[in-house]
Design a protein around this ligand. Structure first.
Ligand code: SF4
Length: 297
């Protein structure tokens, strides 16, 4: 495996924090990102295309990291507008990880949490890092005085595979510990087992082990989905497959005539995954949607 390049941090003052997210099935309509680019460098990452918006090559997504220095100041201004009295749910983050290694140094995400707490606005956080536990003091208060749902992404329990597909992400054990501690702090915690990798990490046995384990740690719900591609993600993933298992290449070519996995294959995985999720009572999706339902009234 290639050694990851040293990150280059580029500090910037941005003009806008909140952006509208027009995806009907998501439990939020607004998003914020505290960084651009992501050091986690997952082989299946579908967010690399966002570097093009900055005029940067997608190949620099995992080592040229844009740090939004004025994120909390700007969010404070945006939340002070009348429209935000409605306290609409906001997702942090949509195209980066708010707790990637840069956050240890710059604490941009922590600054943004302070603004959520100031306005008691509803928040969803999506991360793969146990660094989220550093902010447990703020998170507990946000959950107590408003709405908070932390979503930990964990697509496999296999640590050997994790090293190959998510080289800079904290180990499986750390993420399991994060789920448990968030749950013990009274925070709603979901797990996204996304992406499940066909013929690698999506067998019924894999899914059952994963769901059983995270449910045991206190996860309120689990969402699964099979790998799909956006932009150049497909080429990058195929490069990984080339070094992982050459025999899988023709199988993937069959499954992926487009950037989306074969529908029947996905149906089969979803069918057994949903059964398993119910069996282990990891289907408390109301906790995720409850606030959004209230927003509509
Ligand atoms: S954590 Fe998310 S945004 Fe970051 S590299 Fe991995 S998939 Fe991409």
């Amino acid at each position: 495996m290639k050694k990851p390049k040293e990150p280059i941090y580029e500090h910037t003052q941005i003009k806008k924090m909140l952006h509208y997210v027009n995806v009907w099935f998501l439990p939020f309509r607004w998003g914020v990102n505290t960084y651009r680019g992501c050091e986690h460098n997952c082989v299946y990452c579908n967010a690399r295309y966002t570097h093009e918006y900055l005029g940067l090559p997608t190949g620099e997504f995992s080592h040229k990291i844009v740090v939004k220095d004025n994120a909390s100041e700007l969010l404070d201004k945006e939340f002070s507008k009348e429209k935000w009295n409605k306290k609409l749910t906001v997702n942090l983050a949509t195209v980066t990880d708010p707790y990637q290694p840069a956050e240890k140094r710059f604490e941009i995400t922590r600054g943004v949490l302070e603004i959520f707490l100031k306005y008691h606005n509803a928040l969803m956080i999506t991360t793969k890092s146990d660094l989220v536990l550093r902010d447990l003091d703020l998170l507990t208060e946000i959950a107590r005085t408003g709405f908070l749902n932390v979503v930990i992404t964990l697509p496999t329990l296999n640590e050997d595979l994790r090293v190959k597909i998510e080289p800079m992400v904290p180990p499986v054990e750390k993420r399991l510990e994060a789920i448990q501690k968030l749950h013990e702090a009274g925070i709603t915690v979901g797990v996204t087992a996304i992406p499940l990798l066909p013929y690698i990490s999506d067998s019924e046995k894999d899914v059952e082990e994963l769901v059983k384990t995270v449910a045991g740690q206190g996860a309120d719900y689990v969402i699964v989905d099979v790998l799909n591609f956006r932009g150049e993600a497909r080429n990058r993933f195929m490069e990984f497959l080339n070094s992982y298992d050459l025999d899988l290449i023709p199988k993937y070519e069959n499954l992926y005539e487009t950037n989306y996995c074969d529908k029947n294959y996905v149906k089969t995985v979803r069918r057994y995954a949903n059964k398993i999720i119910k069996q282990y009572k990891a289907d408390n999706y109301d906790k995720m949607y409850s606030y959004r339902k209230k927003e509509k009234k």
